[in-house]
Ligand binder design. Structure first.
Ligand SMILES: *[C@@H]1O[C@H](CO)[C@@H](O)[C@H](O)[C@H]1NC(C)=O
Length: 182
């Protein structure tokens, strides 16, 4: 009888906890489901050159392996777009022939200024399209600059922003558009 009642208690508590877990997962799904459907989202990959502290970003899976030129794969920042979609802007890529550093901007005036003021800068076109404004299910794409090395990098990870500020000599971030959450 005793075994029977403790079994019943176990069964009830198991049932309750699974209902709670289910409710939690339904809520999560609903929150994401409430966002309007966005088409054409592709992963924005980051690669990192450890020695030079340079970063490269691409949505092209054929260009993810750059180990031949010293880069290691560094994960996905979020969802970007290969083609211009509603509410997206180009993320322009500029390569410095002299330092081999890569610079990215969504600001056309900044792009033009970089290309006209530094002869070593080469136009590498558009790396991806990103959202110009915060949208449902998106997160900011932060860009940080290191005045000591002249390097920039992009991240969506707020802990990485903080660490770059406190330990790596980078300045406060600016927001270079938004990407979809992974
Ligand atoms: C992806 O990269 C490959 C190799 O560089 C290139 O041949 C191809 O055209 C690229 N695809 C797009 C959509 O840019």
């Amino acid at each position: 009888m005793k075994t029977c009642s403790s079994l019943a208690i176990f069964a009830v508590s198991f049932l309750l906890s699974s209902i709670t877990a289910h409710a939690r997962s339904v809520k999560m799904t609903k929150r994401i489901d409430n966002c309007p459907e966005i088409v054409g989202v592709v992963n924005l990959h980051r690669q990192f050159h450890h020695d030079k502290e340079h970063y490269v970003y691409t949505t092209n899976s054929s260009e993810v392996d750059r180990s031949a030129v010293g880069y290691e794969y560094d994960g996905v920042l979020g969802g970007a777009f290969e083609k211009q979609e509603a509410s997206t802007v180009p993320l322009y890529h500029i390569y410095n022939d002299h330092t081999q550093a890569n610079f990215y901007t969504t600001d056309e005036a900044e792009r033009e200024s970089e290309l006209s003021h530094n002869l070593a800068n080469v136009d590498r076109g558009i790396a991806a399209f990103v959202l110009s404004k915060r949208a449902c299910g998106s997160k900011p794409l932060f860009r940080q600059f290191n005045p000591a090395t002249g390097n920039h990098f992009l991240t969506t990870d707020e802990e990485e922003v903080e660490y770059a500020l406190t330990d790596r000599g980078y300045e406060e971030p600016i927001i270079s558009g938004f990407v979809m959450q992974k």
